[in-house]
Design a protein around this ligand. Structure first.
Ligand code: PGA
Length: 258
């Protein structure tokens, strides 16, 4: 089974719709100048909700092959949920992916495994591929809870029937801190997640599911992760806001000569 590598940019709460247009244009131009092969490596951006319509219009009009995703969705489909965004609206904007359970949602908005599970189900209802984010804090790592990401993954998928999933292992201590996990550390946890998926959802599902690493990924460290057999891509925060840097991350194959 070959898994298409996925390079995803999580813009978080940065850039308005005009800045979003400029950034997507620059990424697309930089990649097309370099004859980038989008079939070989999938490139996704997840701008803020208010940027999505402008991003979609641009991508459609220019025929860019950059894929759109969102950073969150409601677990409900419609109704009296002030401030929430339905997965239905996201699919109508041609979003193909949605981040679910990012550590900032879990800590700032109190989303627990049950909420994350309901959001995964909402994503499936609207044909969005969830990028399920999991990862341990420094205290959890120091107290030996290295299987926390496996537990979070399985809790989010309990009783859920799904065809397509991406998991992003993002150790909380490596997010936005500049303190990057070593490729070996990431590979160790990611292979545990794959094993957990195989046990709960079957070998075929585990084999086709892409598992990404996230946390202070930059152009100068991406290759070390991508060389690992179980790491299928990266979820990039800060470095995804810089077109050159993000394009260089997407072009990681040139750094490792494949
Ligand atoms: P970072 O963020 O690359 O800025 O560490 C990653 C993320 O939160 O997805």
């Amino acid at each position: 089974m070959t898994r298409t590598p996925l390079i995803a940019g999580n813009w978080k709460m940065n850039l308005d719709h005009q800045q979003a247009i400029a950034l997507i244009q620059k990424i697309a131009w930089t990649l097309s100048d370099a004859d980038f092969d989008y079939e070989a490596v999938e490139v996704v951006v997840t701008p803020p909700f208010t940027d999505l319509r402008s991003a979609q219009t641009l991508i459609d009009a220019e025929g860019f092959k950059i894929v759109l995703g969102a950073q969150d969705l409601s677990d409900n489909d419609s109704g009296a949920f002030t401030g929430d965004i339905s997965g239905e609206f996201l699919s109508r904007l041609n979003c193909q992916y949605v981040l679910v359970g990012h550590s900032e949602r879990r800590t700032i908005h109190g989303e627990d495994d049950e909420k994350v599970r309901l959001k995964i189900q909402a994503a499936i209802r609207h044909n969005l591929i969830p990028i399920l984010c999991v990862g341990e804090t420094l205290e959890q790592r120091n107290s030996g809870q290295m299987d926390l990401s496996v537990k979070q993954t399985l809790a989010a998928l309990e009783g859920v029937n799904l065809e397509n999933l991406v998991v992003a292992y993002e150790p909380v201590w490596a997010i936005g801190t500049g303190e990057v996990a070593s490729a070996e550390q990431a590979e160790e946890v990611i292979s545990m997640i794959r094993k957990g998926l195989a046990e709960s959802k079957g070998a075929e599902f585990a084999d086709k599911t892409r598992i990404l690493y996230g946390g202070s990924v930059k152009a100068n460290n991406v290759a070390s992760f991508m060389k690992m057999p179980n790491i299928d891509g990266v979820l990039v925060g800060g470095a995804s806001l810089d077109s050159e840097e993000f394009a260089n991350i997407a072009r990681y194959r040139e750094h490792i000569g494949v």
